[in-house]
Design a protein around this ligand. Structure first.
Ligand code: ADP
Length: 582
């Protein structure tokens, strides 16, 4: 293992620290059960030699009672071990999950562009499952078997050296082929799972696109491809089954021949009086224990290794530094009126460093004004919002809020200054009320209702059977575009931030919704500094000033009438790009 991996394993192990008591109890139970299992062998020996051989019913009864007592202790120990070890696994993984999530949600957005969020999700689920099974069972299995292996070997040596040597030689012979087949079965099982997953993914994709599939009359091809997937899965499953059948047969032959051999050699010794029958029985018992211990240890070794990989990935995720952080000693933010300055800002997205998205961009926003950003798609308008909210840092120049560089501000102060209404309003699974309270969980019911009224959405909400408690599907399923926008506006009104960032929807609404949305926006921006990415002519005309952005540069600045005269590009844009009605 690489040193990184070792460190990751150690760091993951540190999650066990708070649970010393549970660890102690687990270890205690572990030693108890292993010890009892080992002593069962002695119990068998006594039972055979003293009970059966002496033909004394009293002795036999006594030894059977001792045996039963041991079994009861074993059961109690196993119960405690199983409970505490599994508890540890679940607890530790719950802690890791919480820590990873708490870390991820604070990471700079750029991180999720370089690392697909799907991959991170799979890390969170698959790696956690692996870690859980390792902490919650494999480690204890390995440890228990190790104790039994060592204990068993010691007992064997004490009992009979000649037989022990035979056993030591035959165990690898028995175990090796079993491991070999076992490994093949595991590889094939994994392949088989992949194939089955591929079948599932194919079905999912095709059913998701069923209209396209049928519109292009593509069913015959899809059927053929799907048949191929299914047959692949079947072939692998057959191979796996064959190997497994072999495995079972081999296990039976090897294990029982080994036991037979031992019985033969040992039986000869018993006949010749070199050892007692009980010793032979105990011997067989220990050999089986040792054999199965070797088997289980080599089984879990692979899993421990994979878990080390999982630990490494998890720790990597946990140690990923957030590039966007509050400074150590943040500046005090004065009362926010909306004084925003872009000073010669240059910016390229970290995922595409060679493309300058914002180029030497300077602009002073006046408090209280409504400023419209216009430009072709891809000009860099949304990027300006990203920079204002400090989702990314500028490469050169600075963004200032109330005269303070936003990099010197506490992130929560900075972001509390803005309310964002995006083009596709982000609604979360939950009730309408919860969605409205997103920025202000503590707002009174009155305030929530007032915000909804101001956004012209109250009447619609109360017309729903469950009113404010109506549950929205994921991403606001079950609402029209206009309703979603008005909800988002109500949320922003409730947030009551001094600066409003508005990304106007490009999608057309019917004229009634359009009117309502417009009125809601007018109310929202009253008394606030508003920056709006405008897609409608009416918005541009109503705004105080307009900024024309072209390829990340400020091309023109002024009122609609001024720009119509002074800028060709603007005149063309107004004529062709901006929407004149809903
Ligand atoms: P607008 O809002 O004016 O349509 P954007 O600000 O969204 O333009 O995009 C400006 C440019 O930046 C585009 O060329 C776009 O492809 C690029 N861009 C936007 N977001 C990212 C991103 N996360 N990573 C890399 N490039 C991006």
């Amino acid at each position: 293992m690489t040193s990184n991996r070792w460190q990751a394993v150690l760091k993951t192990a540190a999650f066990l620290k708070p649970y010393k008591l549970s660890m102690g109890l687990s270890l205690l139970a572990l030693f108890l059960t292993a010890g009892i299992t080992l002593s069962l062998g002695q119990g068998i020996r006594l039972m055979v030699d003293r009970g059966f051989a002496t033909q004394s019913p009293d002795l036999l009864t006594r030894y059977v009672l001792i045996f039963l007592l041991l079994v009861v202790l074993l059961a109690i120990g196993t119960f405690a071990r199983y409970y505490w070890v599994t508890w540890l696994g679940e607890r530790v993984v719950a802690d890791i999950r919480r820590k990873v999530f708490a870390h991820l949600i604070e990471l700079h957005p750029g991180f999720f562009e370089a690392n697909r969020s799907l991959e991170i999700q799979s890390r969170l689920t698959a790696d956690m499952t692996l870690l859980q099974s390792v902490v919650g069972s494999s480690i204890s299995v390995a440890l228990r078997n190790l104790i039994m292996l060592i204990g068993g070997v010691i007992w064997l040596f004490i009992t009979n050296i000649k037989l022990t040597v035979i056993v030591m030689f035959s165990i690898p012979l028995v175990i090796a082929p079993i491991l070999l087949f076992g490994r093949r079965v595991r590889v094939l099982s994994r392949q088989s799972q992949d194939k089955v997953a591929a079948v599932g993914a194919y079905v999912g994709e095709m059913l998701g696109q069923i209209k396209t599939v049928q519109a292009y009359h593509h069913q015959a091809v899809d059927k053929m491809r799907f048949d191929q997937y299914v047959e692949d899965a079947f072939l692998i499953a057959c191979q796996r089954t064959l190997q497994r059948a072999w495995l079972i047969a081999v296990v039976i032959v090897l294990v029982f021949s080994a036991i037979g051999m031992m019985l033969w050699v040992g039986g000869m010794d018993v006949i010749e009086g070199r050892i007692s029958g009980g010793e032979l029985a105990a011997f067989v018992f220990y050999s089986i224990i040792i054999g199965s211990a070797v088997g289980s240890i080599s089984e879990v070794l692979g899993e421990l290794q994979r878990a080390a990989g999982a630990a490494e990935r998890t720790i990597e995720l946990l140690e990923e530094p957030s590039r966007i952080r509050s400074p150590e000693n943040p500046c005090q933010l004065p009362a926010v009126a909306g004084n925003i300055m872009f000073q010669q800002v240059c910016f390229a997205y970290p995922s595409r460093p060679e493309i300058q998205v914002i180029n030497d961009f300077s602009l002073a926003v006046r408090p209280g004004e409504t400023l419209a950003l216009v430009g072709l798609s891809g000009a860099g308008k949304s990027t300006l919002f990203d920079l204002l909210l400090r989702f990314y840092d500028v490469q050169s120049g600075a963004v200032m809020l109330e005269g303070v560089d936003i990099r010197d501000l506490d992130l929560s102060d900075l972001r509390h200054s803005f309310a964002l209404v995006s083009q596709n309003p982000a609604l979360f699974h939950g009730s309408i009320e919860q969605n409205l309270r997103y920025a202000r969980p503590d707002a009174t019911d009155m305030k929530v209702e007032m915000a909804a009224k101001a956004a012209f959405i109250h009447d619609f909400i109360v017309s729903l059977p469950q009113g404010y408690q109506t549950i929205l599907g994921d991403t606001g399923l079950g609402l029209s575009g206009g309703q979603k926008q008005r909800l988002a506006i109500a949320r922003a009104i409730l947030a009551n931030a001094p600066i409003l960032l508005l990304d106007e929807a490009t999608s057309a609404l019917d004229s009634q919704s359009e009117d309502q949305v417009q009125q809601a926006i007018t109310r929202l921006s009253a008394g606030r500094t508003t920056i709006v990415i405008a897609h409608r002519l009416s918005t541009v005309i109503a705004s105080d000033r307009i900024v024309l952005i072209h390829h990340g540069r400020l091309k023109a600045l002024g009122t609609h009438t001024e720009l119509m005269k002074s800028s060709n590009l603007y005149a063309r844009l107004a004529a062709s790009q901006l929407q004149t009605s809903g």
